[in-house]
Write a protein that binds this ligand. Sequence first.
Ligand SMILES: Cc1cc2nc3c(=O)[nH]c(=O)nc-3n(C[C@H](O)[C@H](O)[C@H](O)COP(=O)(O)OP(=O)(O)OC[C@H]3O[C@@H](n4cnc5c(N)ncnc54)[C@H](O)[C@@H]3O)c2cc1C
Length: 504
Amino acid sequence: MERKYDVIVIGAGNAGLAFACTATKNGLKTLLIERNVLPGGCATSFVRGRFEYESSLHELANVGTKENPGSVRQLFESYGADVNWVNEENAFRVIADGEDGYDATMPAGVEAFADKMEEIVEDSRDSVIALFDLAKKVEKAIAYMSQGKPDPEVLMKEHADFMCMASYSVDECLNALGMPKKAQNIVKTYWPYLGAATDKIDLAHYLIMMSRYVDGSPAMPLMKSHELSLALDKVIRENGGEIWYNTEVKEIITENGKAVGVKLENGEVYADFVVANCFPETAYSKMLPKEAVADKAVKLANARKKGELFFTVYLGLNRSAEELGIKDYSVFLFNSPDSLEQYNSMDNFDESFVIVNCLNTVIPTASPKGTCTLFLTTMLSERAWEGVNEENYKSIKNKIAKRMIELYEKKLSVSVKPYIEEIVISTPSTFARYLNTPHGTPYGYEVQPWDTMIARIMNLRNEQFNENLYFIGAHGDRADGYSSAYSNGNSTAGRILKEVKKNG
Ligand SMILES: Cc1cc2nc3c(=O)[nH]c(=O)nc-3n(C[C@H](O)[C@H](O)[C@H](O)COP(=O)(O)OP(=O)(O)OC[C@H]3O[C@@H](n4cnc5c(N)ncnc54)[C@H](O)[C@@H]3O)c2cc1C
């Protein structure tokens, strides 16, 4: 057995790419293996007719500006990865149906966001500002905890506010801050980006995500998310790393439970460490030899709830955004102002919320002149798919897409259907085929009261069941999303580098 690499990475999703950048930058001999012919996993684009579609990115949190860079921009800069970032002015527009419904366009930036909220909901400003202050404290405390082995005394002394509220759900936190109900509802608009109900999401998780969108100057790459993935691919190669596309890892090879390499269609490759950008349960059920899989590992993977399933409609329209009267980049369309009802809407094809993005409003060159693209997303629970079979799949798929388009037309008073030149519909099966995740979820495991971001960070070591085998990705400690996956890939490389240093 010839060991050729320090580390083999299975999968070039966002986490795999960030891992490989950090590893190669620090001198680890790295091989990155990807099933698809392109890097990025979710972070890619595809072409139909004369349109190139962004495949997943609505917005990337915490990019910041050149003058005031956020953690994602800093990470890319530290790698020397060139990206043309385009910042967004507004955080979002949200339209919620129902008796206490609203139509609110919220700007990015804490002060502007709080001012706008005060305009919409009297006496809400102080509690909104208090929320963002708390978010800063939470971010500091989590950064401290992520360094490993946090000292309870330091936590109590230096992170007292965080310790008082750490166990709160989002709902409990907003109530404790005395925020008026309508302002709470608007503040909770981002919950689909975590795919969990606000009475269950831990405050740390939500606040970090929300403040990274509102305060962290969200952005998109000029050339769609493929630009990000290509920039990271280039860094890895320049640092001496190898990338094998169109190559699937079939098995993880172990010796006495310890990961030592991977099996491919035609051969084996060995390394000191194996890092998997795929779900733990996929590895336990399909890639590791039975005797190397700990019962505890399987129980934990089964106990976790898989993230929600995506359904996306990509439209290429033969009119410009201006001609069609489309002004907003990002609009959330909810069936109710109540976030629990919004969450439960995912059980029903006819009611699920829809998020619509028109990239041309931020990047006019995102499609050919005189055209624009629309990107409509809904999320549906596994329950919603019960009863769908080979016979009715196509008609249900078309029915969901039609409802989403018509909802947008009705709520925004924009005519879309007569101008559709291209239409692509991605169902959970499409995502499953491309990403190799269970049921196609791009969201890892849904956070639960027992499975919060803090619990995951504290249990990182306990959850490593095979020596020298690490998991990274949307199912990791930071959960779903681009910035979480980059951060998780980067920090896991840091853990392995420490290990290498310790062992000389
Ligand atoms: C429609 C949509 C919209 C989204 N919008 C946003 C958004 O606006 N903002 C945001 O932050 N996040 C968004 N997300 C979520 C975000 O894209 C994901 O959470 C994140 O990119 C997941 O990254 P990951 O590292 O887990 O890798 P994944 O994207 O899951 O990629 C894993 C990679 O591993 C490869 N792989 C798996 N098994 C093997 C194997 N055996 N051998 C070789 N390769 C393998 C796969 O082919 C894949 O390329 C969206 C997702 C979707 C689908």
